[in-house]
Write a protein that binds this ligand. Sequence first.
Ligand SMILES: [Zn+2]
Length: 245
Amino acid sequence: MGVTHHGRTHRLDLADPTLREWECTVLAADPEQGIVLDRSAFYPGGGGQPPDHGVLLWQGVQTRIVGTRKGDDLYLIPAEGDPLPPVGTVVAGAVEDERRTRLMRTHSGLHVLCGVVFRDFGALVTGNSMEPGEARMDFNLPEVPPDFKTRIEELVNAEVAADRSVAVRVLPRAEALALPDIVRTQSNLIPPDEQEVRIVDIVGLDVQADGGTHVASTAQIGKVQVVKVESKGRANRRVRVRIVD
Ligand SMILES: [Zn+2]
C-alpha cells in the first residue's frame, strides 16, 4: 500500500498530521462497504492507534464518520442512518480535532516511554494499545527494578520537558532496516512487500518504523502519568499511562 496511498485513496494524514479539513471527491459509497475518497486525512488505524472520527459535509448534508475498514481500498464507516454522498460528489472532509490531537499526544508519549525503557532498562516492547489520553505498553522485563513506576514517570517527563523534535521520514527498505534497533519490538512488523519504510525519530531518544500520527516535538505531549505497572506473565510488565494537560 505504500506510505502515501491506500488503494485509490491519497493519504493526507501521513504527510501532514496537523491537517483537519480538506476537499475531496467520493469514489465509492455503499451502506455496507463504506465510503471511499480520492483524498483523505482520516487516520485509518494501525500500530495501536485507533482510527479517526469526523464528518463529511456536502450540499448542506452531514455524514458522520465513526470508523474505518482497511481492504483493497480505505473505507470510511458512516454513522448508522446518516445519508451517503453519491459517487462523484465533492465533499469537505473534517477530522475531529479533539480526538485526533489527543491520540497524537498519546502515541508520541508511548514512543517516549518505549525509548526511555529501552535506553535505561534495556527492555523491548511486546505490545501496546491506546485510546485518546490513555494507553498501555507491555515490556519484556523479567526483573522489575525498585521504584520502576516512579522512575519511568520522571524519566519520561524529563524527555517531554526537553522538547525533543519528532521527525518523520521515509526511507528505502534496505536503508531503514540497516538502522540499529529500528523495530523496537520483539517481532519484525515491517511487511515483507513494503519497499519504503516510514521512520518516526524522536531525535536523540528513539527511532522506530511507524505508521502513526505524531506531535512535532515532545513538549506537545503534555504531562505523562504512569498510572500502574502490572505483571502479565512471568516476564511481561504492563505499564499504563495517562496524558494530562
Ligand atoms: Zn508508534
